[in-house]
Design a protein. Sequence first.
Length: 438
Amino acid sequence: MTQRLLRGRLLSFLDAPQSIDDVTAYRFEEDGAVLIENGVIKASGPYADVFAQAKDDVVVNDHRPHLLSAGFIDTHIHYTQAQIIGSYAAALLEWLNTYTFVEEQRFGDPDHAARISSAFFDELIRHGTTTAAAYCSVHKASADAFFAESHRRNMRMIAGKVMMDRNAPEALRDTPQSGYDDTKAVIAEWHGKGRQHVAITPRFAITSSPEQMEMAQSLVREYPDLHMQTHLSENHAEIAFTKELFPWCNDYTAVYEHYGLLGPKSLFGHSIHLSEREADAMAASGSVAVFCPTSNLFLGSGLFDLKTLDERDNPVRIAIATDIGGGTNYSMLRTVDEGYKVLQLQGQRMTPLESFYRITLGNARALSLDAHIGSLQPGRDADIVVLDARATPAMALRMETVGKLTEELFLLQTLGDDRVIAETYVAGEPAKSGMAKS
Ligand code: GUN
Ligand code: ZN
């Protein structure tokens, strides 16, 4: 098997950085390399050491002076919303009813689902995202199209057929039984096939009847290793409606608790307006709150209180995500930049080290996939991005005054987008170069 060696300035996180000076949290090699065999990282470290371990016929890709990082991870995204990004609405429920629930009806057509899947994966790769936790539509065909494309590209993806049986147009409603059966069929066909992971995906409490929530609970019990993903506490009108629909639950989180949906594989998109009790329940169960800054700003949903959740005695696990198409950009760099500003507005700080940790190892940990992705340690999948901090004239000009790694990372975050992604490697293969230019 031919080996590939990537040479460049290597950045890989070992743990969550505690400050902007925390050099123990990451490994940095000015002249570094990653050796790849069979899609997996065989060695990484100083170039000379790594090159010494390579076979004679190794293929070398020299990316100096660019940075090599683990591929970016997006923990909440809707592939079905690629064609409604930037739709004008006052807030969540209007946006869902006016655009989202109309658009998603098109995904009953397998040809449409296949076309958008392909375009969607192109965008992920263009933006350096190598793993995502994605929502399909209610139609089984939409999940089949998504996984077929992901499998074809050999990408590590998490996705689920959305379960929704009320408060949505007829064409977007399943039933408790068909939602259960179709989810099981998707699991049987795709979970564990290559790098595919199926998630149990009740959309949110508003669109699932108590009977469907019970079916979601059955699925979580039957498949405890699978991820469960849904939405929680995004918007005040959504919270009020949820309380009307589940009057026997004292708060929004209690609805998911009631149906046994909290746990370490459970991802709760938004989680903005949580009470102390809800944060306690999230923390105690190991559930993950997913911060979606561009979406939360675009839909006016609120400011995610990251530091309060992260620094309480019993911290809530946190991930970060685009939430396309409520979110406005595929780039995890644009996402942490907007996240940084959301924290600034609350007098909270996020260092550039923390930003890059969160979009790589931090999100891998939140997905319980850090044994496979999120760093450049040997044994991890060779999902790698090459970052060019001089990709635009404005960035090149600014780089003239940059002296430190943290400054370079902050520049990548502040001015960067898909243009800084010089290459995206998926399981050791270059996937961005050769793609049609944007
Ligand atoms: N809540 C339920 N569905 C959705 C969705 O598609 N996007 C967002 N942002 N919130 C939701
Ligand atoms: Zn969402």
